[in-house]
Design a protein around this ligand. Structure first.
Ligand code: 5GP
Ligand code: MN
Length: 317
């Protein structure tokens, strides 16, 4: 029903702008590229605009070089926001003016349904998987490059098929994508074994900040935005550190912290005993999923950690 509405919307308009959340991750980029491919395949005009650039590890994806970070000056018929639960997440102003019709395709449970057409599936492991469903539902066949793109989006949003959102349906869909030409080991290598030398050195520094709290049940690692800026590090170089914060056998909640003088951003991960999405949502502007979420606390590092640890400990008991 909603998928046919999306198809109709695309068919009945000419120009589209696609956007996603700040610091776009694999799922943002892949879901955008999949939809971009479809719109372009109909001979229509599409622009992908994100606040932050594509991390280099995703440069192998077809058309990733078409994604722009300069705010387009022209207007479009339709704005499609993918993988972002509310307008604040896109990180740019004037979204209501850039197009007269807004579509939101997302899988975050805290989605505020801000579009004219909202296609929200909180049970979907990834927004990219929702694009797979769109193509299936509307019998749209696509080339192997798009199978690869959708596969990469699902791979990254399931933490390499490690998070609890990985189930037999996800694996079945991915097997289908492999049959359509997605090269699983090649995609894994390109995304997960592709850090720059500078990125590796930075990771070593981040590892050295590791701290354990609450009987080793909470683990944190941190980096200042000043270090990120000084080293010219891209988001892609530090992405995944939050997953690393969770690898200790006793650890139930992992934190990766990016801090400046008076604001502290937390990337939260959980093995499932605690719903970190709920914790993040308790902070204004925060949100995410049960096992992966994020929020910014407007306090300096020490005070922010204190506040975050108190919230987690309350849930852990
Ligand atoms: P990551 O830790 O990988 O950046 O993000 C994990 C999940 O939490 C993603 O679904 C992401 O969209 C969400 N997330 C991360 N930071 C924030 C934030 O500051 N606000 C909201 N609403 N969601 C966030
Ligand atoms: Mn996602």
């Amino acid at each position: 029903m909603t998928w046919s509405k999306l198809k109709e919307t695309i068919e009945s308009h000419d120009s589209f702008i696609l956007s996603s959340h700040v610091n776009p991750d694999g799922d943002c980029i892949c879901s955008q590229l999949a939809l971009y491919w479809y719109i372009c395949s109909l001979g229509k005009q599409a622009v992908i605009f994100n606040t932050n650039p594509v991390p280099s590890k995703f440069h192998f994806l077809e058309n990733s070089d078409k994604i722009v970070t300069d705010h387009p000056s022209k207007k479009f018929d339709v704005l499609v926001i993918l993988d972002a639960s509310n307008p604040g997440r896109i990180g740019w102003e004037g979204y209501e003016e850039i197009a007269s019709y807004i579509v939101n395709i997302d899988h975050h449970k805290d989605n505020s349904r801000f579009g004219h057409l909202n296609i929200i599936n909180c049970d979907a492991a990834a927004t990219s998987l929702m694009l797979y469903e769109f193509f299936q539902a509307c019998s749209i066949s696509y080339p192997s490059s798009i199978a690869e793109t959708i596969y990469a989006g699902i791979l990254t949003d399931t933490g390499g098929f490690a998070f609890s959102n990985t189930d037999k349906e996800v694996l079945r869909i991915c097997a289908g994508l492999a049959e359509l030409g997605a090269d699983c080991s090649e995609i894994y290598r390109k995304i997960y074994s592709s850090y720059s030398t500078q990125g590796l050195k930075l990771r070593a520094k981040i590892w050295s900040t590791l701290k354990l709290y609450h009987n080793n049940r909470i683990c944190s690692m941190e980096i200042s935005t000043e270090q990120i800026d000084n080293l010219g590090i891209f988001y892609g170089d530090i992405e995944g550190m939050s997953d690393q914060a969770l690898i200790g056998s006793d650890v139930e909640v992992g934190l990766f912290i990016k801090y400046s003088e008076d604001t502290t951003h937390f990337s939260l991960r959980s093995k499932g005993t605690v719903d970190v999405g709920k914790i993040a949502q308790a902070i204004p502007g925060g949100g995410g999923h049960t096992c992966a979420a994020g929020c910014t606390i407007d306090l300096p590092l020490d005070k922010a950690i204190e506040k975050m640890l108190a919230m987690i400990k309350e849930k852990l008991g």
